[in-house]
Design a protein around this ligand. Structure first.
Ligand SMILES: Cc1cc2nc3c(=O)[nH]c(=O)nc-3n(C[C@H](O)[C@H](O)[C@H](O)COP(=O)(O)O)c2cc1C
Ligand code: SF4
Length: 451
């Protein structure tokens, strides 16, 4: 049984509301930090914890915080990235919708550490009903003295604002998000300068994922050392996974990163095995942008070792035989799923979401979509497979932001591991068009398990 730090109280009735959250021990981290710790000590605990950003890249949070520039007389900001538009990822939604105070508490403690007096939560436009929940939680926190002026009499002021996004995936990229927050079109900025130096309104800014900021609460409550002892190696603490696709129990699960991929998929505590008695074909372990892995490489590494749910183990072997933990959007495909159709659907998504600033991404995503559709419809040629390979290689690493890579990697991995299926679409055009295998079903988190 994995230790629960974020979802421990998820099943307590009324935990969404301040009184219940507080009764269950909420806001202790703020009390501890403001009364007994200096801001630098809070940063130190986060460094000690080994916490890595939960938005996808896994960058160490304490290190990111220590990069924040501190020029005299210039405001600093914390921006919480709640855009969560990566297909397969819906863990932040659960936290915000059902335990919003853990995010508010994490923001207050984090802002105290960073010396920020203003925080923004930038939330995905399609999560239309969640801003009201967050705003209610913010109002409750303010009415109880956790926000506003001179919090706990310690001379620290903080306001939190919720900003709704317009429904663009690219606005999850941190610099596009900042542009959008400033009221402009969400185009990624060229880096450097990084947000820690020149972020929102050109001021030093930390951008962190919802889950990252929520994790600051148990880190301060129990200490960075205690947090670092959960998990394995550089994969410390717990991780929220949103699991969907052809599994018996789609849902949001909190795992400590010591369990194996096999246990995560097949045990009743988590995904409960493959639905309808089918066999496991493949899985995208970290959201739609990360490479797909066939069952054999998913459960065991190329060295034959059991694959674990850690950053290191999931990426073992590089992209030749590994993948990434990414944002924790775990998409499982059974034996009936068509990889060509699946890859086409992802390519269509990335073409649609490309902001169009760089030619390799703008043009390449469109070409990949067209070629994949041709193959899927049984109208492709063998040379199309090599053409696809060539296009994705020319996108990867040649763009302003990582959306280009995110579009290229799924195509590369699909060809690398399932080339025979692409070839079959060319050699069996009639049958290819008759196959009507749907995509893995992306679960609705309201109807799924939580644990
Ligand atoms: C196209 C694209 C979409 C992204 N979407 C999200 C998102 O929805 N949520 C998120 O936290 N990070 C997202 N990221 C990563 C952010 O740019 C950034 O690395 C992250 O918010 C940093 O927070 P962390 O250090 O806590 O992970 C995205 C990146 C790219 C390139
Ligand atoms: S990689 Fe794509 S999404 Fe990112 S800046 Fe370039 S065109 Fe825009």
């Amino acid at each position: 049984m994995s230790k629960k730090l974020l979802l421990e109280k998820a099943h307590v009735e009324g935990i969404r509301y301040y009184d219940v959250y507080r009764r269950e021990g909420g806001y202790r981290s703020v009390e501890k930090a403001l009364k007994n710790m200096t801001p630098d000590e809070v940063v130190e605990e986060v460094k000690k914890s080994g916490l890595r950003g939960r938005g996808g890249a896994g960058f160490p949070t304490g290190m990111k915080w220590s990069f924040l520039a501190k020029p005299e007389g210039v405001p600093r900001y914390l921006v919480v990235n709640a855009d969560e538009s990566e297909p397969g990822t819906f863990k932040d939604r659960y936290l915000m919708e059902f335990i919003p105070h853990i995010l508010i508490e994490g923001i207050i403690t984090s802002c105290y550490a960073l010396g920020a007096n203003t925080a923004y939560i930038y939330i995905r436009g399609e999560y239309a009903w969640i801003p009201d929940i967050l705003e209610q939680a913010i109002a409750e926190a303010k009415n109880n003295g956790w926000l506003g002026k001179n919090i706990l009499g310690k001379g620290f002021d903080l306001e939190i604002y919720v900003q709704r996004g317009g429904g663009a995936y690219i606005c999850g990229e941190e610099t596009a998000l900042l542009e959008s927050l400033e009221g402009k079109r969400g185009n990624p900025r060229i880096k450097p300068p990084f947000p820690a130096v020149k972020g929102l309104y050109d001021c030093p800014t930390v951008v962190n994922n919802v889950e990252t900021i929520a994790a600051v609460v148990p880190i301060i409550n129990d200490g960075g050392d205690a947090y670092s002892k959960i998990g394995l190696g550089r994969s410390t603490g717990t991780k929220l996974m949103s699991a969907c696709g052809n599994i018996r129990k789609p849902g949001v699960y909190e795992i400590d990163m010591t369990i194996s991929v096999e246990e995560f998929i097949f045990s009743d505590e988590y995904c409960g095995g493959i639905a309808n008695g089918k066999r496991l074909k493949a899985c995208i372990p970290g959201g739609s942008s990360v490479p797909i892995l066939p069952a054999n490489l998913l459960l065991k590494t190329a060295k034959g070792e059991q694959r674990l749910m850690t950053y290191e183990s999931l990426s073992d072997g590089g992209f030749a035989t590994g993948s990434m933990l990414g944002s924790g959007g775990f998409i499982v495909l059974d034996e009936d799923q068509c990889i060509v159709k699946h890859t086409y659907t992802l390519a269509r998504f990335y073409r649609h979401e490309s902001c169009g600033q760089c030619s390799p991404c703008r043009e390449g995503t469109g070409w990949m979509e067209k070629i994949l559709l041709r193959l899927e419809k049984g109208q492709g040629k063998m040379s199309d497979i090599d053409l696809l390979w060539d296009i994705q290689r020319k996108i990867e690493g040649n763009t302003i932001c990582p959306l280009g890579d995110a579009a290229a990697w799924p195509v590369a991995a699909a060809i690398r591991h399932f080339r025979d299926e692409f070839e079959w679409h060319v050699t069996h055009p009639e049958e290819a068009t008759k196959r009507n295998f749907g995509l893995a079903h992306y679960a609705d988190p309201l109807e799924v398990a939580v644990g």
